[in-house]
Design a protein around this ligand. Sequence first.
Ligand SMILES: [Zn+2]
Length: 478
Amino acid sequence: MLLYNTLTKKLEEFKPIKKGEIKLYHCGPTVYWTQHIGNLRGMFCADLIVRIFKYLGYQVSHVRNYTDVGHLTSDEDTGEDKMEKRARIEKLSPEKIAEKYIKIFEQDTRELNMLEPTVKPKATEHIQEMIEMVQILVAKNYAYATDLAIYFDVSKVKNYTKLSGQILEKNIQGAGKSEVSDPQKKHSSDFALWFFKAGAHQNALQFWSSPFDSKLVKDGEGFPGWHIECSAMSKKYLGNTLDIHLGGIEHIPVHHTNEIAQSESTNGVKFTNYWLHNEHLLVNNKKMAKSEGTSYSLSEVKKKGFNPLSLRYLFLTTHYRSKLNFTWKSLEASEKALNRLFDFMRGSRSEGDIPKCRLQNETQRPKHTQVIKNYETQFQRALENNLDTPKALAIIWEMIKSKELKDDDKKTALLKFDKALGLGLDKITTKEIKISNEVEKLIKQREEARKNKDWKKADELREEIKKRGLAVSDKSVG
Ligand SMILES: [Zn+2]
């Protein structure tokens, strides 16, 4: 498996820490609003990686957190807590805001056929772990206190910017903006590990006591910084070193850079072996914007009559490291393609699709098992080449068009491939089989009744069949 590693900026052969196992951490959503389809693309990328490694036979531990405190309106540690700002707007508590938007988010992930992560830790339920980590950083002299916050001292780590490649001496992205609000801060790039309930945050709605001292608050009351949350939760559930850490490219210069600094300074070992970052989703070739009404949610996609899985298909058509331009037209094309796949899965299991001349040459063509095997190899190779899903889809279509295979063999292969892609093809067939088993008998009885010109019984049976969700025309049974 070749993966592009943001840390080394090259394609690398993937080697797990433990043979056959993957420890994967993915920065989950800050649950203060409905995630737009751009956010959902990031979640899809994590799901894709999980599915592909499972397809390849790995056991995957996947942690995706919920940020429900400490993420300020600017990633640079300035502004209000996003949860609390929203809570004030909607006149709900931050807890209720989290509950509301987690529910919507989980519904969306189910509709996009994402697998459940192994653990979905909430930041507010891991405050103790965060405090312990900050204590270690203070004890090791990587962190210091002012009256307003505990800061991580970026000058104490070698290669603080190794992930982003930024030059620290120049005013790097993510630095300097909160300097003015705290004159005791040592270096403009130092970032907050713990905010005291003081100054700009004196009215914080969510806060906890801590062992840290500030003359402005009692019992060290405050709340954790956003970055320490991921360091503490990944350590708790996956240990000190992860195989893969995933997130959107916007997290490279600030959030992930800070996660590395905190985790490696606390644990004294490498934090993550492979850093993967997904590119953004654009709408009409522009950044999604609420003001322009283009930060679409999944429910808007559904309202327009689309199957959510069409969006998943659209995600698959573009490599995760490329920008994806969303348009309603491109979604329409994806829905068409997906429906063709569904139709193929539903199609009658006939061998009549294979032209006769080919059948006569049966002995001359490679055995169908070999043909299937070739497709499987090509499919796997595409996935192992840095998760090349557009190529994998192309191979699927080539296989469907192949004249060398029976439809049944193609369907079996598709079901296998779909374990990696997650388009829900398994659900199509299960449903169909259920219907046919149940209804087949009734259809036969109806045929019999029609033969005997027992129209009354035939009509009754038609109603019976209809009740089970299947319409029959006389043409199909006559
Ligand atoms: Zn994170």
